[in-house]
Design a protein around this ligand. Sequence first.
Ligand code: 3HC
Length: 292
Amino acid sequence: MDIRRVSVVGCGLMGSGIAEVAAKSGFDVTVLEVDDEVLERGKGRIKRSMDRAVEKEKLTLADREAAWDRLHFTAKVSDLESSNIVVEAITENLDAKVELFRELDKSCPGDTIFASNTSSLTVTDMAAATSRGDRFVGLHFFNPVPVMKLVEVVRTIATSQETVDRAMQFSRALGKVPIAAKDNSGFVVNLLLVPYLLDAIRQLEHGVATIEDIDTAMALGLGYPMGPFILCDFVGIDTLYKISEIMFEEYRDARYAPPPLLKRIATMGRFGQKTGKGFYDWSGEKPVALPV
Ligand code: 3HC
């Protein structure tokens, strides 16, 4: 069976990006959110991103209209019944994800593939709560989804080869480059990225250099598009804190332990770019490092 109808659950930063890319790639997309208010916010995010693509002449007006027509928004799980694949991109909370997949398992036909965009939980923990372990994969996208080319396709010990093949094919149809990863917490990218970001915070705690200088060092010394503190604010301080806690819980390895400074900044509600403050103040034209 070909994948033609895609559902995306969660229309935050990642879900809206996945829905946008799928609609632009010609898929019929249904986006599910908890209520109409959250749906409206997600719709606005997709619209702004598509408008920006039109302004930058990466998308024609006609293609934007066609993509927009392929997008449907709902707050009812039963509207996902005819999906060939459901991609979950809700908050990084295992109980919430398990509850959602249990509900989806009841309402979707047996051949619908379930995929989670989890960044640090294990896919197995979600797949085990459903009756379709063989049709359950991880599809881990990167922020900003319309720009970043990678998708990690994650197989558990129960995922069938056919499901992996179809998930790879689907990722390519979205214009992405898939890589295969085993179901270990953090897969490939976050297994390396998270200790790197946490080490940068530890450097700061030890007074090795300032926020700006550590960022300049990594951007100019290694050619990274963003230094680690800009990247922390971009990923989200709350998200990074949650991911590091999950990975620490899984591996009990000090490399993944959230440094106290990360916890303090998260506790203050400085979640990064999305709240206007993190390691930097984002309210002006240029980010300004905040005292820590
Ligand atoms: N949507 C669509 N297009 C976007 C975009 C968005 N949200 N943000 C940027 N772009 C496009 C721009 O239109 C521009 O395209 P052009 O070159 O054709 O004009 C291009 O991307 C570059 O953007 P800008 O010129 O505005 O800015 P930069 O050159 O600084 O690039 C960036 C922005 C692409 C975000 C770049 O800084 C970058 O690659 N940063 C690293 C991002 C990264 O590491 N992401 C992964 C995070 S980890 C993750 O997601 C995993 C999770 O589990 C934690």
